[in-house]
Design a protein around this ligand. Sequence first.
Ligand SMILES: [Zn+2]
Length: 297
Amino acid sequence: MSVTRRDFILNSLMAAGLLGMPTFAFSKQQSGQFQSLRRNVGIYSNRGGTIGWLINRRGAVVVDTQFPDEANAAIIGLKERQRRSGLLDAVINTHHHGDHTGGNGVFREYTKTIIAHKEARNYLAATTSNEAMLPDTVFDNHHQLSSGDERIHLNYYGKAHTSGDAVIVFERANIIHMGDLMFNRVHPFIDTGSGASIKGWADLLKNVRNTHDNDTQYIFGHGHQEFGVLGSSADVHHFQNYLEALLSYAHDAIAKGKSKEEFLETESMKGFENFVSFGARLSLRANLEKAWDEICA
Ligand SMILES: [Zn+2]
């Protein structure tokens, strides 16, 4: 019964997309961009954090869900690429922020489960009463699943961008989805209200780099237009250096007896002048303040 209904919905979505009916008439911009990487793993970029996907002969998995309209557009594209009908083995949330989980409710009926770190689920549950949005599988330190011939690991390293970020490893493809643990040449959002730690974040990046090799390909939650949302261990290292620089700038200023106000006037950090800001919350000033507070805490 439910499968029939699902198939009906999928077919309707497809038909609506193809026929250009108003409800699902996506403009070019709304339809987003699919890009294959390797061994059946790829990305979907539209509005919000980068979506990762795996589609092989016997399974399919999606990482993060952007927003409802973008999730609908992604599902249409995924269905075109899927090699067999049926539900996704899992939708994985890298963390709770709305630009990564806003489409959960849309994905719900296309997936066997939605998985996230338990803290991410708690934060999300505090913002919505819509059960369909909430992950129904949670984990503490490590969670593993198989999808067709791929093995996927969800690893937790502690407080970083929030206190509920997971690192998603596609083992055989040797691709890692970092979610918002990577802002590529962008001043990141450090969500101290949700348990962030700059020190923990820098340590996490070092750990991830050390546990994977130079051939590992990385997917980033967000990226500078010129640098994009894909990269290597060197990009992860560069961002680790940025986070460490925030702390050492704050440390030095405090040691020199500077006032906080004076310190926040810092215009750039050496070696990171090309980082862009996506708004006041994601700015050098905001992040210097968080570094100062973290050191003083
Ligand atoms: Zn985020």
